[in-house]
Design a binder for this molecule. Structure first.
Ligand code: AHR
Length: 617
């Protein structure tokens, strides 16, 4: 590998190149990044009719002691379903009767941590209710509070709030609401949140930390197929996901088949982007789902909805929708500069016609917004205006993934820029739940994107998160359950590319008999911490043989003040994976590099990504 390492040989890589794509899939948000512990908070999972589906709530006590029903009697207009508990026992068991909720496959309750429990209640008489966290295994109590109210206080719906402090830990617990008093109690919108969430904004800190490590340039959200819906009636519609959480109707995401309370909604996506220092990129529903479409002739209400969504994000705090954002605690506009019109819809009957309606309306009101089309322009020009086009790739074969590095080599540079908003090797044979092989083949692809970054200005892996109890899509970058989290090898590859945003891509030439197995790039990047410039060379070897590598550095004066280093991502077997039992089996390992002059001789292990870090004078 010959690297022309003088600053002058390079060209800038866009500072937007590597970001992340958050989709509500695999319980990534509900039961994941959003720290809410209660699943089906409003008893609405069966929809707007009764009887509804209250699962995973279950009855505490015998059915002869307590009778449960759902009724359309809630105080909330957009989610009318409430739970009616008819407590009929004269001498109720001392442990009480009522309901319990296991959250998303068990709540993680941590000793000395505080949890805020909020619920809405009304009752036929005075209220005497106990709120507790108990272990699923043996019912052991982790935290408990008794709440009392007079009959007049709860004759109408009343909001109750209490803080529980756990005096023991258990990662598989449930929330209980129980009573020993005969009477009728109605419950709605029951929430339990840890008090300390990331920046107090409701996000699970351990999962946010994983994102921060990637230094993502942008956050695409909230889908994906999630924004389309199998049917339009189940598509994600931003207006239903903003405002006070207890008033949001929630919806059944029918593509990934689960109910979400939409507490991680449009506002939260914008907030998350801001919190992690990433540019928000909003994908909105364009009147098209997987199975039905709005005719372009009547698309105007959807265009209006999109414009209002942008106003919600960017409008003044005095504007109609900006004021709603302000009321949610964010008077300053969010920095929304990118919107995507739909997801994977280019081939649909009404896409182009409706796209133009969205495009011209947005361009007129927000000329600075970058508009992203679903249509692929990598091999033929678009037939409609766009700033950026969306490109997705999910090969089943690692060699295809690796060679996709060349997809943009020949794309004419006079059209819209490319956004590779979804890429990953998939398939049970090679990618499984996230193999080393998959990750290294993706590294080869990313090296190709760096090389073509005069055209490809953004890229993100998909999907980002998976709750291990709901693997709707494999593989994923970050795996979690109620209390654990780890990165798959694909996550670590992304981390090894994080310095590329805004760096200088150097001219380099790889001479190899195996161009299908080895790929390399070299960048100069400035470390904002120490303000020094570093040379970073990445070499991916997707072949199953080791490679003897010689690197020649032209025009590079190294500094000896920081020891050069080599970081390698590899493992004994190409199909190795990380797991909860062995979360660090495959992680980048950094070692000092033996002394070098302007030539480096190293051995690349089979199926590996190696990064050489050198400090520049
Ligand atoms: O990333 C998973 C899914 O793949 C996305 O929802 C969709 O856009 C693509 O088909």
């Amino acid at each position: 590998l010959v690297v022309d390492a003088s600053d002058l040989s390079g060209r800038p890589i866009p500072d937007t190149l590597f970001g992340i794509f958050f989709e509500e899939i695999n319980h990534a948000g509900a039961g994941g990044l959003w720290a809410e512990l209660v699943n089906n908070r409003g008893f609405e999972a069966g929809g707007t009719q009764v009887p509804s589906n209250i699962a995973p709530w279950t009855i505490v006590g015998h059915e002869s002691a307590i009778f449960l029903q759902t009724e359309l009697s809630s105080c909330f207009e957009r989610n009318k379903v409430a739970l009616k508990m008819d407590v009929v026992c004269e001498n109720c068991p001392s442990g009480g009767v009522g309901v319990s909720n296991p959250g998303f496959w068990g709540m993680n309750i941590v000793q000395w941590k505080k949890y805020k429990v909020v619920f809405f209640v009304t009752s036929t008489g005075s209220l005497d209710i106990t709120v507790s966290f108990r272990k699923n295994e043996d019912g052991g109590i982790l935290a408990s509070r008794n709440i009392k109210a007079s009959a007049s206080e709860v004759s109408n719906w009343k909001r109750m709030e209490t803080i529980l402090v756990a005096d023991a830990s258990c990662s598989n617990s449930s929330l209980y609401l129980t009573t020993t008093k005969k009477g009728v109690i109605w419950l709605d919108q029951v929430s339990a949140m840890p008090v300390d969430t990331y920046k107090g904004h409701g996000f699970r800190s351990d999962l946010v930390n994983m994102l921060l490590e990637l230094k993502p340039a942008f956050l695409r959200f909230p889908g994906g197929c999630f924004i389309e819906g199998e049917t339009l009636r189940n598509a994600f519609r931003w207006k239903d996901s903003v405002g006070p959480w207890e008033e949001r109707p929630g919806h059944f995401g029918d593509v990934w088949s689960y109910w979400t309370d939409d507490a991680f909604g449009y506002f939260e996506g914008l907030q998350l982007a801001e919190d992690i220092g990433a540019r928000p990129l909003w994908v909105f529903n364009n009147g098209i789902s997987h199975t039905d479409e709005i005719d372009t002739r009547v698309i105007t209400p959807f265009v209006q909805e999109a414009l209002e969504g942008i106003e919600f994000a960017r409008g003044a705090a005095t504007s109609k929708w900006g004021s709603l954002r302000a009321s949610m605690g964010h008077p300053e506009p969010f920095d929304l500069k990118y919107v995507a019109i739909g997801n994977e819809d280019c081939w649909k009957k009404n896409y182009r016609g409706s796209y133009l309606a969205f495009y011209y309306a947005i361009r007129h009101v927000y000329p600075d917004i970058q508009i992203i089309s679903n249509c692929d322009a990598s091999s033929k020009p678009l037939d409609h205006p766009a700033d950026i086009y969306d490109y997705h790739t999910y090969p089943l074969d690692s060699q295809i993934m690796f060679n996709n590095a060349r997809v943009f080599d020949k794309t004419p540079r006079n059209g819209p820029k490319a956004f590779v908003s979804e890429y990953a090797l998939i398939g049970n044979k090679q990618a499984k739940f996230g193999t080393l092989l998959g990750a290294v083949s993706e590294a080869g692809f990313l090296i190709g994107l760096e090389r073509n970054s005069d055209h490809v200005i953004m890229a993100s892996y998909a999907p980002l998160f998976v709750n291990a109890y709901d693997r709707k899509w494999n593989p994923d970058a970050i795996v979690f359950n109620s209390d654990q989290v780890y990165g798959t090898p694909s996550y670590w590859v992304q981390l090894m590319f994080r310095e590329s945003n805004g760096a200088t891509l150097l001219r380099s030439q790889l001479q190899t008999p195996d161009p299908n197995f080895v790929a390399a790039s070299a960048i100069l990047w400035k470390n904002p911490q120490d303000k020094k410039t570093y040379l970073k060379i990445k070499v991916a070897n997707v072949g199953n043989k080791q490679v003897n590598l010689k690197i020649s550095l032209n025009g590079f004066e190294s500094s000896n003040t920081t020891k050069p280093a080599k970081t390698v991502l590899t493992s004994a077997d190409a199909l190795d994976e990380n797991s909860f039992a062995n979360p660090k089996k495959i992680v980048p390992k950094r070692n000092p590099l033996q002394s070098y002059s302007n030539e480096i001789y190293e051995i690349l292990p089979p199926v590996s990504l190696t990064v050489f870090d050198l400090l520049k004078n």
